[in-house]
Design a protein around this ligand. Structure first.
Ligand SMILES: Cc1cc2nc3c(=O)[nH]c(=O)nc-3n(C[C@H](O)[C@H](O)[C@H](O)COP(=O)(O)OP(=O)(O)OC[C@H]3O[C@@H](n4cnc5c(N)ncnc54)[C@H](O)[C@@H]3O)c2cc1C
Length: 416
């Protein structure tokens, strides 16, 4: 006799199940729901409030928001605007990128807490009857039938949940469960560093644009966030234990050495609990899909924090996936050739961006971390100083990336 006494499993049926409510998942959910495709987004946390997330909204993402008619409303939310990115190498300052010439409506990167951006997308997605977001639902496994992925199994506070769908989108980030359960092969491209993430208050007279400071084995990235600095202190991979052995006072000295203007407030780093380790990974799936399954965003290609472009790539992936898949999902199920078309569209920007990030990791980051000498200005930065118009190149790479996408899906509820 079969045992019917186990815990009840709740089942939802939908067209597309999206595993992970980060930038890739929320944007894909929004676009598909808007195009009339039933979607269920499963997010393992109870809210979007997490500190590790980058907070950048790039000019090309703002352009997409304009295409969706949402840019003005988004920019009413509190944010800071960075029109330039500067670098300090030793005692020399150089403007690395200037966004004023980009062919976009906004000539700045908007710094907005990512939870505000994700909440914004969630609010707008909920306008569509085709959208469902389930928080505290952690995807634990895939459902497969005859070699095809037909849904997911998830853990929720109310018990087990199964979502059956024509397509599962894996958007669950760098430590993706979906790609692991889908047995997709990952190529690890390596990263020589990790990042310590912390906040230090901002005072009048401090600089206002984001700054990367490099000197004598130390790298500190400072992102202006209104009344505080979001600080990323770069350490050699696995170097936290050694740093902790040396003690917090030595760490504060290191921060002061590279950013002397923080001298009067490094004491705010009162214990290691306020200093979060973010492990950096750079990897890429060989195949982003299988029948019934597609991974995008960091689940398909974990990005280095260099250039702060991972969110933009994740969003661009979502737009490309929606452009290609929405018409298919409206009509019926998607073929694996449709899923491959998404990979084909997004593989070049991903590879090109990762290649550049790895070049900078190897040529700049590793060298600075290994050196005890005062750092001199590398030749490419000297060029940017001598020929300011060259700053348009990094501005384009950071602000727009390779092959920026445009929204081609329609609002199926427009006028409804
Ligand atoms: C130190 C560091 C700093 C960075 N700074 C920046 C920056 O300033 N700007 C920038 O553009 N990029 C930055 N990045 C990269 C950026 O964070 C990622 O590229 C981007 O967040 C990828 O978006 P995503 O939606 O693919 O994945 P994520 O943002 O990782 O979102 C995945 C979501 O899935 C959820 N999830 C995970 N597992 C499950 C599961 N099993 N079931 C359900 N839900 C699940 C997670 O809770 C999360 O909400 C940084 C990266 C690092 C490491």
């Amino acid at each position: 006799m079969p045992d019917h006494t186990g815990p009840a499993v709740q089942t939802i049926r939908t067209r597309c199940c999206i595993a992970g409510g980060g930038p890739a998942g929320m944007m894909l959910g929004f676009l598909l729901a808007r195009a009339g495709v039933e979607v269920v987004v499963l997010e393992k946390h109870g809210d979007f409030l997490r500190d590790f997330r980058g907070d950048t909204i790039h000019p090309s993402t703002l352009e997409l928001m304009h295409e969706l008619g949402l840019m003005d409303e988004l920019l009413k939310r509190p944010h800071q605007e960075a029109r330039e990115v500067r670098g300090n190498v030793g005692d020399q300052e150089v403007t690395v990128a200037n966004f004023s010439h980009l062919p976009t409506r906004c000539h700045f990167i908007a710094f907005m807490p990512q939870w505000d951006f994700l909440n914004f997308l969630a609010e707008h997605s909920r306008r569509y009857p085709t959208f469902q977001l389930v928080m505290r639902a952690e995807v634990t496994d895939l459902l497969e039938e005859a070699g095809r992925v037909v849904g997911v199994r998830a853990r929720t506070p109310n018990g087990a949940l199964e979502v059956r769908s024509d397509l599962v989108a894996g958007t669950d980030g760098r430590h993706s469960t979906v790609r692991a359960r889908g047995r997709l092969t990952v190529d690890d491209l390596g990263a020589p560093m990790d990042v310590l993430w912390m906040r230090i208050s901002r005072r009048q007279g401090d600089p206002v644009q984001p700054v990367g400071r490099f000197n004598r084995g130390k790298i500190l990235v400072l992102i202006y966030r209104g009344d505080y600095w979001q600080c990323g202190y770069v350490i050699p991979k696995g170097g936290l234990d050694e740093l902790q052995r040396k003690g917090l006072e030595a760490f504060r000295e290191d921060v002061m050495a590279i950013a002397p203007f923080l001298r009067d407030r490094v004491g705010e780093l009162a214990d290691w609990n306020g200093i979060k380790l973010l492990t950096v990974k750079v990897d890429r799936l060989r195949r982003w899909c299988r029948p019934g399954l597609l991974c995008i965003g960091d689940a398909a290609h974990a990005m280095s924090p260099i250039g702060g472009v991972g969110i933009n790539l994740a969003i661009q992936d979502a737009v490309a996936a929606a452009n290609i898949l929405a018409p298919r999902l409206v009509q019926g199920s998607v073929a694996v050739s449709d899923l491959r078309a998404v990979q084909q569209r997004r593989e070049f920007p991903t590879r090109a961006t990762q290649r550049l990030q790895i070049f900078i990791q190897d040529r700049v980051v590793s060298r600075v971390l290994a050196s005890r000498q005062p750092s001199g200005l590398p030749f490419p930065l000297k060029l940017l100083r001598w020929f300011p118009s060259l700053r348009r190149v990094p501005a384009r790479l950071i602000g727009m990336g390779f092959r920026p996408e445009h929204v081609k899906t329609v609002d199926a509820f427009d006028g409804a």
